[in-house]
Write a protein that binds this ligand. Structure first.
Ligand SMILES: NC(=O)C1=CN([C@@H]2O[C@H](COP(=O)(O)OP(=O)(O)OC[C@H]3O[C@@H](n4cnc5c(N)ncnc54)[C@H](OP(=O)(O)O)[C@@H]3O)[C@@H](O)[C@H]2O)C=CC1
Ligand SMILES: Cc1cn([C@H]2C[C@H](O)[C@@H](COP(=O)(O)OP(=O)(O)O[C@H]3O[C@@H](C)C(=O)[C@@H](O)[C@H]3O)O2)c(=O)[nH]c1=O
Length: 295
């Protein structure tokens, strides 16, 4: 299978590169020097020449070190997260190429009114339409709106990725490095499980549509801290903000989405996502420190 990958140099794209190679897939990356991905004609010509069997879009604008940075570069954030998926959808529909888009669970906040996690059928409640969100979350929700009628399209929702490899984008590292923590409940995605499930969508001919690719269940920050302490990976004294107002006043310039997603549609489709508590503990057991990872 010849897969064209956009955003292959990024945090999520790198994991796709690794796993596509491990499955002996043929991978072609499209980067900035290959074509202007916002130009539908250029992208279409390029894809036609590559005779792609499928396309995966991991390109987007996240802000670094976190989504606060998106507030300072709204043009590129809107272009990368909302315009780009629309351009790709148009091009892939015309060329009849199946494709997948990496979206985010950050378009929700909290839990559903009935106490369950948000399912794929629930409309976002942390978006520009509610006027309660970060600019980043608003653009990710708009990106999904661009794909509502897209044929042969998977929308994979990733949520606060973690892994066993220490690094600034890994949620477990963030918890260990932030000076203070916000107590919150969240669904999380093990990055390796997320990518594996996404690739299985093509291989197992899963029906197209939206999938919450989070590890089943949810965790609180205090649970994660307890598991970090039990693992022996980090022995610092963890400190917490008093509440969300204290967090916003001291550490953040835009609200965060803390939310619980229901991943039962993905599990019912046969996608393998182990429970989140097991997955976090396993990542800590197999922890690779940043110095070892970069050696
Ligand atoms: N990391 C996270 O916590 C989460 C990420 N996501 C989503 O996953 C996707 C990938 O995120 P992540 O890997 O973390 O982000 P990174 O910033 O690590 O990577 C972004 C990638 O997109 C590419 N890119 C951006 N703009 C363009 C452009 N105009 N033309 C070509 N390539 C471009 C970058 O290329 P270059 O190297 O040239 O800049 C890079 O390869 C995003 O859509 C994000 O919203 C969803 C949930 C959580
Ligand atoms: C800045 C900060 C955040 N937090 C908490 C808030 C939140 O619950 C959790 C994550 O917040 P961050 O600011 O690290 O990450 P943020 O940039 O909000 O994370 C997001 O990145 C984008 C790309 C996504 O799509 C999201 O799914 C998620 O992964 O950490 C702290 O506890 N202390 C801090 O100092």
């Amino acid at each position: 299978m010849r897969i064209v990958l956009l955003g292959s140099s990024g945090y999520v794209g790198s994991e796709f590169r690794t796993q596509i190679a491990a499955r002996n897939g043929e991978l072609v990356s499209i980067g900035r020097s290959d074509c202007n991905v916002y130009d539908a004609k250029q992208l279409s010509k390029h894809l036609h020449r590559l005779s792609a069997d499928a396309l995966i879009n991991c390109a987007g604008y996240t802000g670094k070190p976190n989504v606060d940075a998106c507030e300072l570069d709204k043009t590129n954030c809107l272009a990368g997260n909302a315009v780009l998926p629309g351009v790709i959808a148009e091009v892939c529909a015309n060329l009849d190429i199946p494709w997948g888009h990496v979206s985010s669970g950050c378009i929700y906040t909290g839990r559903r009114e009935d106490g369950d996690g948000f399912s794929e059928a629930d409309p976002p409640n942390f978006s520009f339409r509610q006027d309660n969100c970060s600019f980043y979350s608003g653009t990710k929700a708009l990106g999904e709106e661009m794909l509502v009628d897209a044929p042969k399209c998977f929308v994979w929702r990733l949520r606060i990725p973690f892994s066993n490899v220490d690094g600034p984008r890994n949620y477990l590292t963030k918890v260990m490095r932030y000076n203070r923590l916000l107590q919150a409940e969240n669904s999380l995605s093990n990055l390796s499980d997320f990518v594996s499930a996404a690739l299985d969508c093509f291989e197992n001919k899963v029906p197209y549509g939206i999938y919450n690719l989070t590890n089943p269940g949810s965790v609180t920050t205090r649970q994660v801290v307890q598991w970090i302490q039990e693992s022996g990976v980090c022995d610092k004294e963890f400190e917490f903000f008093e509440n969300e107002e204290d967090f916003m006043a001291k550490a953040a310039s835009t609200p965060r989405s803390n939310c619980v997603l229901d991943s039962s549609k993905a599990v019912a489709a046969g996608l393998s996502l182990p429970p989140v508590d097991e997955s976090v503990k396993a990542a800590l057991q197999a922890w690779i420190s940043e110095s070892t990872a970069n050696a």
